[in-house]
Structure formats: C-alpha cells, structure tokens
Design a protein around this ligand. Structure first.
Ligand code: DQA
Length: 144
C-alpha cells in the first residue's frame, strides 16, 4: 500500500512559523516521524511539499494509479483552491484532509474548505499527530 503525504504553502516553515499555533517541530521532523510510523505499519510512504498550487495539482495528477491514499494539508489553498479540489476528485484517490490547528477556532475564512466534502475524513486541531491519525486511518481502511 502506498500513501502520499502532501503539504501545501508555508508548511515548509513549520517550526519557525507561528509556533504557538503550529508547534516547534520542523517539516523534516514530522516527515521523519511519519516515515517511522509507516515502516512500523508496513506501508510505503512518500512526502511532498510545495508552495505552488500548480505543482500540487501536478503531483496529485501524477499519483493516479500509483498511490492508494493521499493525506493532504493544503494550507491556505484549502480555503481557496477549486483546482486542488478538482485534481483530487479527478484522480479518484481517497484522501484525508489534515489541519494542524483547529481551523474552526480561528478566523471565519478558515472555516470553509474546498476539500472537506470530497474527503474520506477531516482532522483538525490535533497538532502534527493529525497526520499520524490520518495514516492509521488509511491503513485501517486499506486499498479502496
Ligand atoms: C493549516 C490551516 C490553514 O488555515 C492555514 O492557511 C495553514 C495551515 C493548518 O495546518 O492548521 O497554512 O492548514
């Protein structure tokens, strides 16, 4: 089973960026932790981050036929991107939407997601543990 973790804009700044909201771990720390979890669970994991909407769309499109589950934190594009929504719907790969922070306890513009109604599930506010929870869920669901 192949799982792809996608992080969108500004998540490369984890650890530096508003640590009171997003925590002190860097993206490398998080990806290493997720890699160890995947190894324990016996699944293949790859990670991708981009600040560019088109690069995220390209990555999702390229995943068709090779990836069984996508775990995506689209960052601010969650609240703006019809293109990422369409890419996820277009490839038909089941996905879990992750937010490190509790977006519902923040500004109103963060309460709407272009992805949630297409997601198998949504995790918000669990910190970076949310990625681990999403991976556990995907493994439990298996290939769809
Ligand atoms: C985020 C929440 C988004 O509103 C924000 O734009 C991000 C990160 C989160 O992980 O909590 O960049 O997706």
């Amino acid at each position: 089973m192949n799982i792809l973790v996608i992080n969108g804009p500004n998540l490369n700044l984890l650890g530096l960026r508003e640590p009171h909201i997003y925590g002190a771990e860097t993206l490398s720390d998080v990806e290493a932790k997720l890699g160890a979890l995947a190894a324990d669970l016996g699944v293949r994991l790859s990670c991708f981050q981009s600040n560019h909407e088109g690069a995220l769309v390209d990555k999702i499109q390229a995943s068709r036929g090779t990836v069984d589950w996508i775990i995506i934190n689209a960052g601010a594009y969650t609240h703006t991107s019809v293109a990422i929504r369409d890419a996820l719907a277009g490839v038909g790969i089941p996905f879990v939407e992750v937010h490190i922070s509790n977006v519902y306890a923040r500004e109103d513009f963060r309460h709407h997601s272009y992805l949630s109604d297409k997601a198998a599930g949504v995790v918000a506010g669990l910190g970076t543990f949310g990625y681990e929870a999403a991976i556990q869920f995907a493994v439990r669901q298996g290939k769809r």
